[in-house]
Design a protein around this ligand. Sequence first.
Ligand code: IMP
Ligand code: MG
Length: 167
Amino acid sequence: MESYIDASRIAAKVKEIALQINEEYKGKVPIFIGVLNGAFMFLSDLIREITLDCEVDFLKLSSYGDSQISSGDIKMLKALNCQVKDRDIIVVEDIIDSGLSIKYMKTLIENENPRSLKIAALLFKKNVSNLDFKIDYTGFEIENEFVVGYGLDHAQKYRNLKGIYVL
Ligand code: IMP
Ligand code: MG
């Protein structure tokens, strides 16, 4: 495996995103919604840099199985437990690839009428994504490579690595 983004660059970027959120959400109590499993590490580092009152919830989707390519058939494996209506929601994703998962979640959450909805993604694959909306907070734009580490897996392995690697 080849090192792609090391732990110190990730930590600096996470702080930068948190700083921006702290500034933009002053006086608000956002709900961070982490997308399991991949976003657990990004979410946990991110919220430790958040100085606002905030809440945390998770949802879980599946579309990849053990493959490296999205099947496009998205299943909800764990629904939200929080009330989204009239709340400020920040969806926290590990990576945007085809964009199918984030499109699905955006529609799902918008249907529950949040006061606002923003998206934070640590990684964004610039070659593949074809979205008709913007990602509000992006960590790193990366090439069309399959990456692992810092929460991201291949066949459930490598999530524990501190940095991000190309498989
Ligand atoms: P999308 O629906 O194609 O945008 O894929 C989103 C989900 O697929 C992410 O939340 C990841 O869990 C997974 N995924 C996409 N690309 C990668 C990768 O390079 N490594 C590991 N997981 C990935
Ligand atoms: Mg995954």
